[in-house]
Design a protein around this ligand. Structure first.
Ligand code: CA
Length: 236
């Protein structure tokens, strides 16, 4: 229904009955769902499926909900990912720990599916209203681009870039996996009224690669078209 229609929810729950129940009610409301049966699978699916919100059971095999929560919060890419925890009454003290570790809200079992859906919607609305709800970061392998600080680092080492190099890299990171023509890059970074030629783009790509060797192989030239930053499988 309405705004929820395109949102993707990761449901992490080892009890099949509850998993199916939550899935059913969320899908009935127009959400897309991705299931995970344990903590390890949950982390993998967060990376692969990029959900908008996680419904996370506290008691899980392999790695429990608290550890999953801690892991998600420790990585900039998922630091702001909304997490709704499912807990049992007996786990109340763990619930408090969960909230301290960064869960945004929790629902106690047994719960009514309708109440759960309402909490999911409320949480998504809350995140959407938050200014800067998304961290101003782009991550690519060991590279981090911090937009707020206008800073690019490899590991902990800052790499000074000119404004144009920074803009070009940002555009590549934002549209990773897609071929960007020289014209598109020129317009995006230098502006439509810029007089230079598309060769300017080539020169700056070369400089970026000199400063950031990890781009040497990651930015590929697509014959007669332009450039593409390979979609990286950011590990770790
Ligand atoms: Ca469980």
């Amino acid at each position: 229904m309405g705004t929820s229609s395109h949102k993707k929810i990761l449901i992490v729950e080892d009890e099949q009955d509850i998993l199916q129940l939550v899935k059913h009610y969320l899908e009935k409301e127009g959400f897309r769902t991705v299931p995970a049966m344990n903590g390890i699978e949950a982390l993998k699916k967060v990376k692969e499926d990029k959900p908008d919100l996680v419904v996370l059971d506290l008691m899980l095999p392999e790695m429990d909900g608290l550890d999953v929560c801690k892991r998600l919060r420790s990585v900039p890419e998922t630091a702001m990912l909304p997490i709704l925890m499912l807990t049992a009454k007996a786990e109340e003290s763990d619930t408090i720990v969960g909230l301290e570790l960064g869960a945004d809200d929790y629902v106690t079992k047994p719960f009514s599916p309708k109440a759960l859906v309402a909490r999911v919607k409320a949480l998504l609305r809350r995140v959407e209203r938050m200014p800067g709800g998304k961290p101003d970061l782009h991550l690519y392998g060991t590279l981090t681009m911090n937009l707020a600080r206008h800073e690019v680092t490899i590991g902990t080492q800052e790499v000074p870039l000119t404004a144009k190099e920074f803009g070009l890299l940002e555009h590549l990171l934002r549209h990773r996996g897609r071929v960007l023509t020289r014209e598109v890059l020129l317009n995006a970074v230098w502006g439509y009224d810029y007089y230079g030629t598309t060769r300017t783009v080539d020169v700056h790509i070369r400089r970026l690669k000199q400063k950031l060797p990890l781009l040497e192989e990651a930015v590929v030239s697509v014959k007669s078209l332009g450039y593409k930053l390979k979609d990286s499988d950011v590990s770790g």
